[in-house]
Design a protein around this ligand. Structure first.
Ligand code: COI
Length: 369
């Protein structure tokens, strides 16, 4: 967009030494509990001509008018990216341009101002460089980067806000889920609830896709499942898992090993990890890759015929997480993911991590310092 804020206008105010936080122990990280010493922010004010100058400042609380539209009508969006410390000690981002693209699509749908993604990547790069000691020296943890855009105009009209705030905060993280002892998770599919619908915002990373899932997720947890598998429609199509996209691996009608995931039909978050997996696996000659509708009946049939090999989820937060069980209308369906001798989920996970941590050079990785 013509009126984007510019990285070249970035102003930096560093924290004083007494403001610096101690770095938590790797074992205590969890997911998004600790935040780095600095944050980035940029205000948008229509009456001042739009985007103002971006700033990096010591981590601070926000002062926000209680009538801000974000607080009432969820006029907001967010992104999730990670900064990795490679084996060469260089810091890398993974396809950040795709996060920027998705952020602008969500902004457009929410009446929030758009911007030039490369300008924000420039600001984020600088922020990470300043807080670089917060990028864990480990391949089991990373620095999670959370760009967020909120409508701040303090009026009750349900309309495009004339002021907004884009901010980026960062948190050193380890695994998103508490998995079972074998590293797999169990998911719960309840056909009476729905996450998204055609023409809705299921394909946009807006907070309003996540808040309404809490009650169902809590119900799933009581039954021993880590996440909800969201189904759609009379055919109970698999869509996604809320914090990850869903994949299945099975033997297809030609006897070939097939990796399938539901198509981007508007109900599904267009995951960066999802897309990367499809692109990587389609280069592998021993795997057929397909985006296709997968119904619960089909999944159960494949499993009963012994043709279903694996199920796994993929996302920035969860990387690649195997699924061993699906709770569905009172049944607990066992998926043989963890029984495969050379599971595809592991090969994909290893490949992604090798790219992200710089074991192999790959265009998906962007070195930032
Ligand atoms: C991510 O994978 O980055 C996500 O945003 C999932 C999340 C809701 C924690």
């Amino acid at each position: 967009p013509e009126f984007s804020f510019k990285y070249s206008d970035l102003q930096v105010r560093l924290a004083a030494p007494y403001q610096l936080q101690p770095k938590p122990d790797a074992s205590a990280l969890g997911f998004g509990k600790y935040f780095t010493d600095h944050m980035m922010k940029v205000h948008y004010h229509k009456e001042l001509g739009g985007w103002q100058k971006p700033e990096i400042v010591p981590f601070e609380y926000l002062t926000i008018h209680p009538a801000a539209k974000a607080l009432h009508y969820a006029i907001q969006l967010f992104e999730g990216m990670k900064a990795y410390r490679g084996i060469d000690d260089k810091l890398r981002l993974f396809r950040p341009d795709l996060n920027m693209e998705r952020m602008n699509l969500a902004a457009q749908r929410s009446g929030l101002p758009m911007f030039d993604g490369e300008e924000l990547i420039g600001c984020i790069t600088r922020l990470i460089q300043i807080d670089q000691e917060w990028v864990p020296h480990s391949e089991t943890s990373t620095l999670y980067v959370r760009p967020t855009l909120i409508g701040t105009e303090p009026t009750f009209g349900v309309m495009e806000p004339d002021s907004a705030l884009l901010f980026v905060i960062m948190s050193p993280v380890s695994a998103y889920y508490k998995t079972r002892s074998d590293g797999a998770v169990s998911i719960y599919a309840d056909p009476s609830v729905v996450r998204a619908f055609p023409g809705g915002v299921g394909n946009r990373k807006v907070g309003s896709n996540y808040g309404p899932t809490i009650e169902v997720t809590a119900r799933a947890a009581k039954l021993g499942h880590q996440q909800v598998l969201w189904l759609f429609g009379p055919d109970k199509e698999l869509t996604e898992v809320g914090a990850m996209n869903i994949f299945v691996v099975y033997i297809n009608e030609h006897g070939d090993k097939q990796l399938s995931t539901p198509p981007l039909n508007g109900l599904i978050l267009p995951g960066v990890t999802r897309r990367s997996i499809l692109e990587l696996a389609s280069q592998w000659e021993d795997i057929t890759v397909k985006e296709e509708v997968i119904t619960m009946d089909r999944l159960i049939d494949l499993n009963n015929q012994g043709r279903l090999l694996e199920m796994f989820g993929a996302g920035t937060a969860v990387v690649v997480t195997p699924i061993s069980n699906v709770g569905y209308v009172g049944e607990n369906i066992h998926i043989p993911t963890m029984k495969q001798s050379q599971p595809l989920f592991q090969r994909l996970k290893d490949t992604l991590l090798a790219i992200q941590y710089g074991h192999i050079d790959h265009p998906f990785s962007r070195i930032i310092s």
